[in-house]
Design a protein around this ligand. Sequence first.
Ligand code: MN
Length: 197
Amino acid sequence: MSFELPKLSYSYDALEPHIDARTMEIHHSKHHAGYTTKLNAAIEGTSYVGQSIETILAGELSPGLRNNGGGYYNHCLFWSIISPNGGGRPSGNLADAINSTFGSFEEFKSVFSSAAATQFGSGWAWLCAKNGKLSVCSTPNQDNPLMKSGCGNMPILGIDVWEHAYYLKYQNRRPDYIEAFFNIVDWNEVSRRYREA
Ligand code: MN
């Protein structure tokens, strides 16, 4: 049993103009496909075969597993929480939790965007949950909150701030990409992940 590159539920051009089709195609069919292939190569013939990716990431990680297991997991999450029908803001329990934790949706957006903008070099910013409590963090490279190096909470929203995620359209303007990202966040999926966490 090996990990498979997930099919997207939308076309590469569906997130235009916020994320351009060429970036989506390369990001999914080259970068994510590469992490998937290298993850499978890293676990081949080991006791990791058959384990969930979450279990693997929570354990002791070789550099290959850390980079490619993280890359596999992070991109699976990323594709699932963006949508051509996204944008707006959350409702229900997640909206209540955001308001009680951060004060308002605007304040949450500011904290999350700042974490994404100030992550030095390549990495990710996350909204995490544990026992209903929310927190924001960022991680370098393909690390994520589930790893021993992370905060230990469950990521429910993440933004990829590697240059490969935005450079073709935004070049050095990472804050513009972060602002555009909020137009495609699928809050229904983030809420579902919040309930699960
Ligand atoms: Mn990426």
